[in-house]
Structure formats: structure tokens, C-alpha cells
Design a protein around this ligand. Structure first.
Ligand SMILES: Cc1cc2nc3c(=O)[nH]c(=O)nc-3n(C[C@H](O)[C@H](O)[C@H](O)COP(=O)(O)O)c2cc1C
Ligand SMILES: [Mn+2]
Length: 475
């Protein structure tokens, strides 16, 4: 398996899935090209490596689209690149997470990230090709595919989370961290004691780190250990010179510094995963940067939240995480979970089950709605039978249209967890609740024997005929 971002890029290149683009400008042009690739190439979108960026003197490059296609995620998770359906991929991710033995990080004394170290007045973040994504953005965003590293002051727990970061000047950037996110809680603990919060932010790294930094894993768990588990060997870390935080030794770029109590700047708006500008401008805590470390010709990772894209590693990882939580809660016979990327991989979640008893479907809905993975900005949960592919909206619609009595099969939860980024909570400042619809689109348990049959060949016979005649379907 790849050891760092450069090995991952080399592998993508060998497979013809990397596009090198020289000469594009950081100001809107790179992001707009990224958008065009996504719209035109869909699931075949390559990773984009922007090189020779005008006016950038330090050889810094920018990588877009590292994890928005199934092949890219398969590579980051070390899956086979062939799969039959999205649910096969979720199943593989679920099994990998289920069987994962965490491997703690390993301290090393040196790493490529220390090839260049600048401190104090020598730090100049404006030397990096920090993109401006869209015309209405609050500013340039230096952190969009990042890992924000903090240590809990009460224990040895180190947390990694992906949070957006706006750049202001040579040494200041603001972090938007939603209420309840781990870094928000940790930061609060320092401030309650009147202390500045030490923080390191990795701005370019092995995509495998993002799999866990960007997705909800429970409080108190170190994301480094899970990545170690996926890779089968520990993530190597070096100590950052000022804060002593453990940073990935093979990272491309890392900055470190402090967030001081009551030190804020207006942050946003930013085009978000919801498909909207996520909230307008608000005061958010600033990171005052003391050190920048980077490899030679470093690679800044960037992430453009493109509306209506049909796949994303978050759909896959969050589906797998929700599946795991359902299993932990003792829900039997879950056959598939899909969280639709078109709904931000959060607002619209579908679970398929093989019904085993009266109330199985409702139990699945209620539990799924309030798991760690499912509660944050969950708005719709749909449960379907196992003859319906939850990742195929055509089939989900068929089930909702034909197996659900709206008057009795839809229930609601009020004042459930949402986020300032939720368009329905836009600028409410304090009220970040949502209601949640639980849609039971399963055949009523007592009617399973008599319910009308679906049309079409059986899946087994269909596969047999397809295999026999598959030359008919080639191009
Ligand atoms: C590209 C990307 C950008 C994200 N930006 C933010 C953000 O700005 N603020 C935030 O609170 N969560 C953001 N998230 C979601 C968090 O990374 C996610 O909830 C993660 O679980 C946070 O880590 P934690 O669980 O350790 O708090 C982003 C996720 C991705 C994939
Ligand atoms: Mn965490």
C-alpha cells in the first residue's frame, strides 16, 4: 500500500488517473477547472495536480479531487479496484472498519516534512498558492482538505479533524469548527483555563489520513490509530518544534501555532457540502501561526465541494460508520446503507434490512437517526427491504412510492442535531436544530407473504444470462 501522498499520486499516474495541469491561476481558475472535470467526467474524474502556478516561486503545487471517485477511495483504503455496486464498496469499507485493530502512531525523530522549517517572521503563508474557490467566498481558503491536530489537555488523546480554514495574512488563518466537533470541545477546555490552544494543521497529506479525519469517529479515539489499522502499520509522526504536537512525518505541509481566547476574525461565506454557501460571515477563532514546515516542492491539498456530485469518500465512509453503529446497537440483518452525496452525505440516508420481526423496520429507523454518524444533520432516514438497493435512488423511490403509507409510515423527531451550515438553520446563530423524518418503506411485516411480487428476472438468473451474453453489451 502507498506510504504517503507522493506514492499515492505515482500510483494514480501509472493507472492513467492523474491529470497534470500547468499554468492555472489560484484565483478561481483551478477550482473552476476542478468543477468542470467533475461535471464532465463524473465517476471517471481524475485527480488534478496543478503545477507551475503563476507567480508561485517555491515550486508548490495543488492537488484537487483526491477522493471523489470510487477508484480513488479504493486506493486510499487498499480495496480491489473492481466492484459490482456501490453497496459492495460500502460492505468492504464496513468490514474493514469492523475488523480494524487500531495501531498507535510511532514517534520518529526526522521526516521529509522537516525538509524546510521556517519560524517567526520567516513564516509567510501568502507564498503558497492558496485557492480562491468561487466568486462569493469570504476570502482564500488554505485549509479545505486538511487535518487539524489538537491534544486533549486532560488526557493523552490526540484528535485529527478536517475543518475549513480561511487565510487572512502571512501568519493568520481562522478555523470554522462546528459546535460539538472534537476540536471545538478540546479548544474550549484550554480556554476555560485561560490558556491558548496549541494547534497544528496538516495542509497536504496521505489521503488515507482524511478517511478518518473527515468523518465522525467517537469522542476520545485517535484518528491516527485508525489510519494505522487500515494501513497495517503505524503512522510515523514527528514532534512539531513549538507546540510539540505529533505531526505526520511524511506530510507535505504543516503549520503550527495557537488559538487564543477571544481572538476572532470574520470568517466565510464558503461554498459547502450542502450545495449552498454555508452561512454568511461570522466571527471565528483565529490561528496565529508560528511555524511552517514543508517538503521540497510541496503539495497543498484542496477540496472543492461540488454540488450534485454522485460520489464522495464521505458517502462511503459515513455509510460504513453508520452500518457499524447499527450493528453495535444490535440491529440484525442490515444488508446495506447509503448516504446520498447529493444530500451532503448526511441529510438523506437509506438502510436496507431483511425484516426478521414486527417493529424491526421502526427500530432501525429510530436507532439510525440518533447514532453518532447519523444524528449530525440527518433529516431523512428511509428503511427498505433487502430486495431494494439502497444506493440506487430509482429503486428507493419505487419502495417509497409503493410500500409506504405516508399517514402511518412516516414519523418525526423534533429538535434533533443540526449544524450552522444547514441551509434551514442559516444565520440563526443559536438554534441549530432540525426535525427528522423516519420513512418506513418496507413491506408491512405481516404482509410479506401476500405482497405483490416485483417484476423482472431474479438477480441470479439475470447475472447468468448477462455472463453468457455479455459481448452484446460491450460498447
Ligand atoms: C473537506 C471537508 C471539509 C470539512 N470542513 C469542516 C468544517 O469547516 N467545519 C467542521 O466543523 N467540520 C468540517 N468537516 C467535517 C468534519 O471533518 C467531520 O465532522 C469530522 O468528523 C470532524 O472530526 P472530529 O469528529 O474529530 O471532530 C469537513 C469535512 C470534509 C471532508
Ligand atoms: Mn475525532
Amino acid at each position: 500500500m502507498h506510504g504517503d501522498l507522493r506514492e499515492w499520486i505515482a500510483k494514480a499516474d501509472t493507472m492513467g488517473r492523474l491529470k497534470r495541469i500547468p499554468g492555472a491561476n489560484w484565483n478561481l481558475e483551478m477550482a473552476t477547472l476542478a468543477e468542470l472535470f467533475c461535471y464532465k467526467k463524473k465517476l471517471e474524474t481524475p485527480a488534478l495536480l496543478f503545477e507551475d502556478i503563476p507567480d508561485i516561486k517555491n515550486g508548490c503545487r495543488v492537488l484537487f479531487h483526491e477522493l471523489i471517485t470510487p477508484w480513488a477511495v479504493a486506493m486510499a483504503m487498499d480495496f480491489p479496484l473492481q466492484y459490482e455496486s456501490l453497496i459492495d464498496l460500502v460492505k468492504a469499507a464496513h468490514q474493514k472498519i469492523e475488523n480494524l485493530t487500531p495501531i498507535p502512531r510511532k514517534n520518529v525523530s526526522q521526516g521529509p516534512v522537516m525538509e524546510n522549517v521556517k519560524r517567526g517572521d520567516d513564516v509567510n503563508l501568502l507564498e503558497l498558492p492558496v485557492p480562491r474557490f468561487s466568486p462569493f467566498d469570504g476570502g482564500r481558503y488554505i485549509g479545505t482538505s486538511d487535518c487539524v491536530i489538537m491534544k486533549d489537555p486532560d488526557s493523552d488523546w490526540v484528535n485529527l479533524g478536517t475543518y475549513r480554514m480561511q487565510l487572512y495574512d502571512a501568519k493568520s488563518a481562522a478555523l470554522f469548527i462546528s459546535p460539538g466537533k472534537h476540536a471545538n470541545i478540546i479548544r474550549q477546555k484550554y480556554w476555560e483555563r485561560g490558556l491558548p490552544c496549541p494547534v497544528a494543521v496538516c495542509l497536504g497529506q496521505d489521503p488515507s489520513l482524511l478517511l478518518f479525519a473527515s468523518n465522525e469517529v467517537p469522542y476520545g479515539i485517535c484518528e491516527y490509530d485508525l489510519v494505522g489499522g487500515i494501513k497495517g502499520k503505524p503512522v510515523e509522526v514527528v514532534e512539531a518544534p513549538e507546540t510539540k504536537l505529533p505531526i505526520p512525518a511524511h506530510a507535505e505541509i504543516v503549520i503550527e501555532g495557537y488559538c487564543y481566547p477571544d481572538d476572532t476574525l470574520p470568517e466565510g461565506p464558503f461554498p459547502e457540502w450542502t450545495g449552498y454557501y454555508g452561512s454568511s460571515s461570522r466571527s471565528e477563532p483565529v490561528m496565529r501561526v508560528q511555524t511552517i514546515m514543508h517538503r521540497n516542492n510541496p503539495i497543498l491539498c484542496a477540496r472543492h465541494e461540488i454540488r450534485n456530485k454522485s460520489f464522495d469518500f464521505r458517502s462511503l465512509m459515513r455509510s460504513a460508520l453508520l452500518w457499524k453503529e447499527l450493528q453495535t446497537a444490535g440491529i440484525p440483518d442490515v444488508k446495506g446503507v447509503w448516504r446520498y452525496e447529493q444530500a451532503g452525505s448526511r441529510f438523506f440516508n437509506v438502510i436496507s434490512i431483511k425484516q426478521r420481526y414486527y417493529g424491526h423496520a421502526r427500530q432501525t429507523l429510530h436507532v439510525a437517526a440518533q447514532t453518532t454518524a447519523g444524528a449530525y444533520a440527518g433529516r431523512w432516514v428511509v428503511v427498505v427491504d433487502d430486495d431494494i438497493d439502497p444506493a440506487n435512488m430509482d429503486e428507493v423511490l419505487l419502495a417509497m412510492a409503493t410500500r409506504c403509507q405516508p399517514a402511518t409510515d412516516i414519523e418525526f423527531i423534533n429538535r434533533s442535531r443540526s449544524t450552522p451550515l444547514d441551509p434551514l438553520c442559516f444565520d440563526k446563530q443559536k438554534n441549530y436544530y432540525t426535525s427528522l423524518a423516519l420513512v418506513d418503506a418496507c413491506i408491512p411485516y405481516e404482509e410479506r407473504a401476500t405482497f405483490p411480487r416485483l417484476t423482472g428476472a431474479t438477480p441470479e438468473y439475470s447475472r447468468e444470462v448477462y455472463n453468457k451474453w455479455n459481448n452484446l453489451f460491450a460498447e
